[in-house]
Design a protein around this ligand. Structure first.
Ligand SMILES: *Cc1c(COP(=O)(O)O)cnc(C)c1O
Length: 374
């Protein structure tokens, strides 16, 4: 699906040097790599503030905490995402309110979100599914009209944009995952939080490191300054080793994303006229193709046949969250979010990686077309 050994091979020396640099310095806490990575990713994204965190999941929770979302509040989010999105809402003591998705992009529907607003709604938490941006212009307009905060779950969409404006620049705050299989993956768990709002980013920075100002941490604190604890925080910082690795990989990100788009265009061209529905890319939107997801009737049979032909595929976030055992007590059954349910029945993720070869791509297409014919 995504061969990281092939992707990393050309970067082996750079990654080894990055790790060696951290070991040589042996300053694992509050060292220089994390702030350097934050500045470099901020420049890459065109967002003024980035805070490194130790996972996308932690980033979502910290973003909500920084916005002051908590018990009694409701946050509207789609039911077809990674469970981390909904779990983060519950981790701050708020309630996730699911709203159905758009049938073409599989992203939170602005009209369904609007219908889900109650006097307790505090925020919208759209997810840029598979790398296609959610309809941020419509969601931001909705949020402003109802005085709601907006957190972008951009964990699947680093490099995506709408009208030339990257995801991460639309909402009040945005969260990226640097899990190994995401666009910019660490060698383990990592994430980042981006915001145009300096005060909000500063609150995340406080919360992520115990609640103490980084500038006053024990390595940097000017002599005599108390190590003040300003809020009760967490220990969910990005660590120096992962930051160093991410810095070694960041210069390749634009080329990797371009390769993803090239593979996607080739898949779409090869599937034209077949019974497989290719992903859409809305005019003005740039899809960053973390996943290339096709829509096929009889999906499970198609997947089985492709597996028999030696081609791996994946079901992502299936079944949707409202049908997962952990949320059984919420009392939803099939029919509650029909568009998300239909997507869950019919979507199939094909192999996608910048390191995919033309021959692999052709083999995937041949196996899919044969499976559809069968
Ligand atoms: C990966 C992902 C997360 C969680 O990120 P982790 O770094 O794995 O904690 C959250 N939301 C979405 C949509 C994701 O794809």
């Amino acid at each position: 699906m995504n061969d990281l050994a092939v992707l990393h091979a050309p970067l082996g020396p750079a990654i080894a040097a990055a790790i060696g640099g951290v070991l040589g310095r042996s300053r694992f806490d509050w060292g220089p790599e994390v702030p350097a990575f934050e500045a470099e990713l901020a420049a890459w994204l065109g967002v003024p503030h980035v805070v490194g965190v130790n996972s996308g999941t932690a980033g979502l929770k910290l973003a909500l905490r920084a916005l002051g979302v908590g018990p009694g509040d409701e946050v509207i989010t789609p039911p077809n995402s990674d469970i981390a999105t909904t779990a983060a809402i519950h981790h701050v003591g708020a309630t996730a309110v699911w709203a159905d998705i758009e049938p073409d992009t599989f992203n939170l529907s602005p009209s369904a979100a609007e219908a889900a607003i109650t006097p307790r709604t505090r925020a919208l938490l759209p997810v840029h599914m598979y790398g296609h941006p959610a309809d941020m212009p419509a969601l931001m307009e909705l949020a402003r009209r109802h005085n709601l905060a907006v957190v972008e779950d951009a964990c699947l969409a680093l490099g995506a944009s709408i009208a030339g404006r990257p995801v991460g620049q639309w909402g009040d705050i945005a969260v990226f995952s640097h899990a190994p299989n995401k666009h910019l993956g660490a060698l383990g768990s990592a994430g980042s939080v981006a915001s145009v709002d300096e005060a909000l980013a500063e609150r995340v920075r406080l919360l992520v490191g115990y609640g103490q100002l980084r500038a006053r941490s024990y390595h940097r604190e000017p002599a005599g300054l108390p190590q003040e604890m300003l809020v009760e925080g967490y220990n969910e910082r990005l660590d120096e080793l992962q930051a160093a690795v991410l810095r070694a990989k960041l210069p390749s990100l634009a080329a990797w994303n371009a390769a993803r788009r090239e593979h996607a265009a080739a898949y779409t061209a090869a599937l034209a006229g077949s019974a497989a529905g290719a992903p859409v890319e809305r005019p003005g939107s740039v899809h960053s193709y973390r996943n290339y997801v096709v829509r096929v009737a009889g999906r499970d049979r198609v997947q089985r046949r492709m597996a028999e032909a030696g081609v791996s595929t994946a079901l992502l976030y299936v079944p949707p969250l409202h049908l997962q055992p952990t949320y059984a007590a919420r009392g939803y059954s099939r029919g509650a979010f029909p568009i998300a349910e239909a997507a869950g029945d019919e979507l199939l993720a094909l192999p996608m990686s910048p390191a995919l070869t033309t021959a692999q791509r052709d083999a995937v297409v041949a196996a899919l077309l044969a499976a559809l014919d069968g």
